[in-house]
Design a protein. Sequence first.
Length: 197
Amino acid sequence: MNPTARQIPFAIFGGRSDQKKKEQYTFIHRLNVAWRMLDGHVRDDMRVLDVGDPSVFGVMLTSRFNNRHNTNPGDDFNFSMTTPGTNYDLVVCTEVLEHIMNPLQFMERIWLRTAKDGLVLLSTPLARRGFPSVYFHREHFTEYRKYQLLELCRYAGFEVVKWRSYIFWDWKFALRGIRPILRMLFMRGQMVLLRRP
């Protein structure tokens, strides 16, 4: 059985308790969505790769696996990806794709590191036509609509197992002011579970 986000101790955050609370608004809901996406697909003996700088979400999500590895935090994914090995059963890539200038090349690098029948859990902001971009950051090179993300993943050689959109925070986050309310209303993320055939 997969742990829910609330069953994972927040001691792994480190730092001050007010900072933990702030991060909790951001990651609790996303973590629960991720566990639902992975439900029925997870084994304890999986070799897991967490792509990108270790994020709180990535660490929380992969904390149950003994065989967890990270990419080199110094890598510029536009040019290279350094990993301790290949043939990972699960590759977790959260909030990285929107920063990449050559996403197809990046996804092909992930494909090369995924074992046959291995899974990739990918999350990125969801771009929606007609909605104000309250989330778009200067460091985001591209934000994807659903069809754009799924076509990119298929073109890189993956099969799409599941796709889901979600709100990043729980309702308590909106109580913090006007911008949080706008972000709750308009900002969504998307998560996709992929399989390498």
